[in-house]
Write a protein that binds this ligand. Sequence first.
Ligand SMILES: Nc1ncnc2c1ncn2[C@@H]1O[C@H](COP(=O)(O)OP(=O)(O)OP(=O)(O)O)[C@@H](O)[C@H]1O
Length: 376
Amino acid sequence: MKGGGGGGFVRADQIDLKTLDQQLERHLSRVWTMEKKKEEGEGSGDTGKAREEWEIDSSKLIIKGIIARGTFGTVHRGVYDGQDVAVKLLDWGEEGSKTEAEVASLRVAFTQEVAVWHKLDHPNVTKFVGAIVGTGDVTIQTENGQLGMPSNLCCVVVEYLPGGTLKSYLIKNRRRKLVFKVVVQLALDLARGLSYLHSQRIVHRDVKTENMLLDKARTVKIADFGVARVEAQNPNEMTGETGTLGYMAPEVLNDNPYNRKCDVYSFGICLWEIYCCDMPYPDLTFSEISSAVVRQNLRPEIPKCCPSSLANVMKRCLDGNPDKRPEMDEVVGLLEAIDTSKGGGMIPRISSRVASASACTEVPDHGGGGRFSAAC
Ligand SMILES: Nc1ncnc2c1ncn2[C@@H]1O[C@H](COP(=O)(O)OP(=O)(O)OP(=O)(O)O)[C@@H](O)[C@H]1O
């Protein structure tokens, strides 16, 4: 069922970027006009609920305490229809505190996230439950009772993942490092999730360990589709710096056209981070990183103790030429083929500060095994 030429029906993944944006905008103004009309009492008894397939019943939603503050608002714990959920509340600010342009861009970000997310269904993608687009009289139950919401309340409701971000998990294990089997398992989860997104023609565009969440079984799930987009059929339509420095592919940093291969590059950085349990380029400023990645082909140094089977995947994903990077489904195959039975995990340093992962020490590896390219 993979992509090829024209099928007999219209597929969401064949809508080009501009059309998608226009559709989102049109949809949103429709919803807002309906709401305005309702507020002005023009409905004459007709509830006129043209619900989107992803709209959920706000009366079944209980919003609890804040888990985090994101760029666009707050993330709360909640319960929807008995299920544990995370609720991403969009923050429009106080009435009148944002300019029209700011509200419009928030609205676009919200609809974009919903439009991408609600169609996805994969074990390594955070499950979308539904969304609420500000209706006049939404009341949300909190633990302390009922809470009236501003008429333009927007929220995205997704499955609750109790394991925190992959980044914080790596930080927790910074000193001890991860056993090789766990490294490969985490990498495979992420690779499978990305491979699925790409099969749906979705480019995430902000792949980083901070945007990956863990469930209670330590399965990695891709989260945060705030900047994800349907891949443009014409790569020239996809430009503009999106993502996080340090994870951004050279073509993105350089403001060149890009495609799904930018996610492959960012995955390569995540793979390095997962293996090393460390941060790439700890001593460089943002501008130093971007210019060195583009001009001097700077990449995080792969430690000598890294098994060549994994090091090769990193190197290929981090190729400066997007066309030479593997597709994510190939990456899945390469990772699945790695033998983890003989160990090969990153060797912890003896020194207290892990400034660079490049040097290996004499500390014995978890699981031993001397089959790898270079002895540390
Ligand atoms: N499904 C979830 N389950 C548990 N916690 C979550 C969930 N989704 C998000 N969070 C928490 O909220 C934080 C921010 O979430 P998210 O990145 O999706 O929000 P955002 O507003 O898009 O933020 P940003 O764009 O700054 O990354 C996450 O780092 C995580 O701690």
